[in-house]
Design a protein around this ligand. Structure first.
Ligand code: DLL
Length: 432
């Protein structure tokens, strides 16, 4: 028998959900029109005003919002409430140029935490659970989001953050953690560490809530087997609050989108045309309850499929498939968003040419990032010590830019194959 955190919402009739969406969308459009000059200008440019939006059927009339808009309006240009009404920011990893800062009122945080609480309850969580949160805390939304959800459910919350595996395992065994929240790659790594240390018998985990990066069904089976748990997917992005935009139920056949807070559309990424249900395309979200940082028709760049097939769990909210890729060149490595342009910026700053290749792989369930770079005729060296020194400098500069370790391999000038068409900059060997 399924458990719900907010049963009347999670199992509401389709008519009820549409009624909520219609009413909230109209209100949200007025809110941004009145409070965000940036939005008003975009709407005026498209010849739309709030009176044109009478419900979800008119959504397609609104302009799209993109990451470029967020960058242009950075930092306060899309804020729809006075700063004095905001109580928190969260942000994505990335350089200043790419950074996304999301703002929250206390009400926004409250609703976000409800969404995360729904995910925890769907994974079997109750107030008797010990919820071990190993997503990063701080600017990243993973830790704070699941932490808040866990409080709402009433679980004993362990705000572990990521890293320090010995400490993770000590708390997990001493306090009897029953639900693990982290990236799937970290879950796989923790599973391996548990087996290496022979701690299997001391682990009480029953469920895991894993997201923030792509993971395959194969990886799910491995984690479930190695940790002896049921592994649930969770999706979200900083722009729309963070984790909890959608989450898996016990059926494990896609993630229910919290449609009382977000309207989802699938569009053709090339033409922007809205696609019918069941077709694969780019996911677009409109947040209809957020006060401080509302998004109208935000293009996520995540490619997926929506399904309204009835779900055996009793939830009525639409399901999205696992994201199957992206319509831009963003890579997610160890849960961190990496743009090839960031890597290129570092290389050019350090005096290297833009002849490079980024190789991403998954070794022992953990992502690896390697950058192969050509030396220039000027800085070329065939002395091992000198090359090692140059590689070290680049590793440090990349770490500063990306926040994660990237292995660097320097090669002789003109070694990397030139392509006749678009340069092949990224080789992603992960099977997803
Ligand atoms: O990753 C929020 C999050 C935290 C989600 C914890 C789930 C758990 P960002 O750092 O802004 O936010 O990255 C958002 O990550 O557009 C997707 O491309 C990817 N992503 C998030 N969840 C999943 C998932 C958080 N379950 C970007 N499967 C999104 C595949 C995911 N990709």
């Amino acid at each position: 028998m399924a458990n719900y955190y907010q049963p009347e919402i999670e199992t509401a009739s389709r008519e009820q959900i549409l009624a909520w969406q219609n009413e909230r969308l109209v209100k949200q459009v007025k809110h941004v029109w009145e409070n965000v000059p940036y939005y008003r200008k975009k709407m005026e440019e498209k010849g739309v005003c709030p009176d044109d939006i009478t419900g979800v059927k008119d959504l397609h009339k609104l302009p799209f919002l993109t990451k470029d808009d967020l960058r242009e309006a950075y930092p306060y240009g899309l804020l729809a409430k006075p700063v004095s009404d905001c109580v928190r920011i969260q942000s994505t990893s990335g350089t200043t140029g790419r950074r996304v800062v999301a703002f929250y009122t206390q009400h926004d945080i409250d609703l976000w935490e409800d969404c995360c609480a729904r995910a925890i309850v769907a994974a079997g969580g109750t107030k008797d659970d010990v919820c071990h949160v190993s997503y990063g805390y701080g600017l990243f939304t993973g830790g704070p989001g699941l932490n808040g959800g866990s409080h709402k459910v009433g679980c004993l919350t362990l705000p572990m953050s990521s890293g320090n595996t010995d400490r993770q395992l000590q708390f997990m065994t001493d306090l009897g953690s029953t639900i693990l929240c982290c990236t799937p790659s970290y879950a796989a790594y923790l599973a391996e560490s548990i087996h290496e240390r022979g701690l299997q018998d001391q682990i009480k985990l029953k469920a895991g809530i894993f997201g923030a990066e792509a993971w395959s069904e194969e990886m799910r089976r491995d984690i479930e087997k190695n940790l002896n748990i049921k592994a649930y997917d969770i999706y979200g992005l900083t722009e729309t609050s963070g984790p909890g935009v959608s989450f898996e139920c016990e059926e494990q056949t896609g993630m229910h989108i919290n449609e009382d807070h977000f309207i989802a559309e699938i569009i053709d990424p090339k033409t922007g045309e809205v696609l019918p249900e069941g077709e694969k395309g780019e996911l677009v979200f409109t947040s209809i309850t957020k006060e401080a940082f509302p998004l109208l028709r935000y293009r996520t760049r995540d490619i997926c499929v929506l399904s309204r097939k009835p779900c055996s769990c009793g939830r009525t909210h639409v399901k999205m498939s696992k994201p199957m890729g992206r319509s831009d060149d963003m890579l997610i490595v160890k849960g961190v968003n990496v743009f090839p342009s960031q890597i290129e910026t570092v290389l050019l700053e350090q005096g290297y040419p833009a002849n490079y290749q980024i190789i991403v792989d998954r070794v022992n369930n953990s992502d690896t990032l390697e950058v192969m770079v050509e030396m220039t005729p000027e800085n070329f060296s065939d002395t091992l010590g000198k090359i090692t020194e140059m590689e070290k400098q680049l590793v440090a500069a990349l770490k500063t830019m990306l926040g994660i370790y990237a292995k660097v391999k320097l090669v002789a000038p003109k070694t990397i194959a030139r392509s006749e068409g678009k340069a092949v900059r990224i080789i992603d060997k992960r099977k997803i």
